[in-house]
Design a protein around this ligand. Structure first.
Ligand code: SF4
Ligand code: SF4
Length: 380
C-alpha cells in the first residue's frame, strides 16, 4: 500500500491518462448510475429494437459493484475522434457515407489499450492487489452516465455526451477499479438550452423527444445493428449513409469548433468513404481483408451490400444496374436480393424493370417476391 491520499492518486491517474492519449479523463464514484430508471423506461418503450444485448445483464448495469464487487471508482476517459471532411480519402463517385467514429482503426482496440495501460500503471504504483475491469462501448455499463458523473460533459438532446470545449465527437472508455480515488464533481448543467437543431435535423424522426432516441428509426441502428430488412418507409430517408449517421452531431453548435484528433489511429483509412458500386461486388474474403481493423466489420458483408443497395436506390444510380441485377438473381441472401430489387425499382430503367419481371418468375422467397411486386407496382 502507499500513503498517497486519494486526491493525489486521482491526480496521478488523470495525468497518466492524458499522457496515454485521452483528451478528457475524470473519476466517478463506483455507485449506481443516476439515469438507470431512464434506461429501464427506454427498454419498456422498446426503443432498443432488436438489440437484445441492451436488455441483458441488468443487475450489472444497475450498479458497477456487480461488475467488480469491491469497486471504489470508475475512471472515465474520452478520446476526440473528429477529422474534418477535407481529410477524407479520394473515392470515385458515387460514394457511401460512413459515420466519423468509424473512419479510423477500430476504437475498441485503441481505447482498451489505453485503459489497460492505465491499470498497469496503478498496479506498478500500488501493487498486485489492484483490480480493474475495462469497458469500451460493449460492456453492461451505462457509460455516458458515468462520463457525466466524472465531470466530462452533459447529455445532449441528441443523446451524445457533449463537452463544452471539445463538443461531442468523443469515444468513451471506462476502467472500474478497487482503488479509492477521489471523485470529480459531476457535470450538472445542460448547455443545450432552447436549441432543438438535432431533433429537427434528424431525417428519420428518431429523436422522438429531447434525450430520447427510438433506435429503431435511427440510421445508425438501421445500417449497423438491424439484422433484417430495413423498413421500406425508412429507406428513402437514409440517403447515402452506409454505416452509421452523423447528422445530429454535425448540426450541433457545440461541434462548430471541434478540433482534429491527435490520435493517429483515428486518421481516416480507406474505408472512411466507400465506393458504392464496388461494395456490390465485394466477396466474403475481400470484405474480411478490407475491414479487419475497421468498426465496419460489425455490419457484415451482406449488411454493407444491403445498405449500398439502399444508397444507390436513393441516388437513382443507373451505373449500378448491372451489379444490382446480378445480386437480384444470384445472391444467396434473400435480404440482399430484396434490397437489390428495391434499388432497381427506384432506378427504374428499362433493363431494371425487365430484370425485376424475370426475377419474379424465378424467385421463391415470399419477402423478396413481395418486394419485387411492390417495386414493379410503383414504376407502373
Ligand atoms: Fe437521427 Fe442520424 Fe442522429 Fe440517428 S444518428 S438520431 S438518424 S440524426
Ligand atoms: Fe443540444 Fe442543440 Fe446540440 Fe441538440 S443540437 S445536442 S439541442 S446543443
Amino acid at each position: 500500500m502507499t500513503n498517497l491520499t486519494s486526491e493525489r492518486l486521482s491526480q496521478m491517474v488523470k495525468q497518466r491518462g492524458i499522457e496515454l492519449g485521452f483528451d478528457l479523463i475524470g473519476i466517478a464514484p463506483a455507485q449506481q448510475p443516476l439515469t438507470y430508471r431512464y434506461y429501464e423506461q427506454w427498454l419498456s418503450l422498446k426503443f432498443h429494437g432488436e438489440m437484445g444485448y441492451m436488455e441483458r445483464r441488468r443487475e450489472e448495469r444497475k450498479d458497477v459493484r456487480n461488475l467488480l464487487p469491491d469497486a471504489k471508482a470508475v475512471i472515465v476517459g474520452a478520446v476526440n475522434y473528429f477529422v474534418p471532411d477535407e481529410h477524407l480519402p479520394e473515392t470515385p463517385e458515387p460514394r457511401g457515407k460512413v459515420a466519423r467514429y468509424a473512419w479510423g482503426t477500430d476504437y475498441h482496440e485503441v481505447l482498451l489499450r489505453k485503459l489497460e495501460a492505465l491499470l498497469d500503471y496503478l498496479r506498478a504504483l500500488l501493487g498486485d492487489w489492484v483490480k480493474g475491469k475495462a469497458y469500451v462501448d460493449t460492456g453492461p455499463i451505462l457509460e455516458r452516465d458515468f462520463a457525466v458523473q466524472a465531470g466530462l460533459g452533459w447529455f445532449g438532446k441528441n443523446t451524445c455526451l457533449i463537452n463544452p470545449k471539445l463538443g461531442s465527437y468523443l469515444l468513451l472508455g471506462e476502467l472500474i477499479v478497487n482503488v479509492p480515488l477521489a471523485a470529480d464533481p459531476p457535470f450538472i448543467r445542460s448547455h443545450c438550452g432552447k436549441c432543438v437543431r438535432c431533433i429537427e435535423a434528424c431525417p428519420t424522426g428518431a429523436l422522438v423527444a429531447p434525450h430520447q432516441l427510438d433506435a429503431k428509426r435511427c440510421i445508425s441502428y438501421l445500417t449497423i445493428e438491424l439484422k433484417g430488412s430495413i423498413p421500406r418507409e425508412l429507406r428513402p430517408l437514409i440517403g447515402t449513409w452506409v454505416f452509421g449517421c452523423d447528422i445530429c452531431q454535425e448540426v450541433c453548435p457545440w461541434n462548430r469548433k471541434a478540433k482534429p484528433t491527435k490520435e493517429e489511429a483515428f486518421k481516416p483509412r480507406p474505408w472512411a468513404s466507400l465506393e458504392l458500386i464496388r461494395l456490390l461486388e465485394l466477396s466474403e474474403d475481400e470484405f474480411r481483408e478490407l475491414f479487419r481493423h475497421s468498426p465496419l466489420k460489425r455490419a457484415k458483408r451482406w449488411g454493407l451490400i444491403r445498405n449500398a443497395c439502399v444508397a444507390l436506390g436513393n441516388l437513382r444510380e443507373v451505373r449500378a444496374v448491372p451489379l444490382l441485377v446480378q445480386l437480384l438473381h444470384n445472391d444467396p441472401n434473400p435480404i440482399v436480393r430484396e434490397h437489390a430489387a428495391w434499388a432497381l425499382g427506384k432506378i427504374a430503367t428499362e433493363e431494371a424493370i425487365r430484370e425485376l419481371r424475370k426475377a419474379l418468375e424465378a424467385e421463391s422467397n415470399e419477402t423478396v417476391r413481395q418486394e419485387i411486386l411492390l417495386s414493379l407496382n410503383e414504376v407502373r
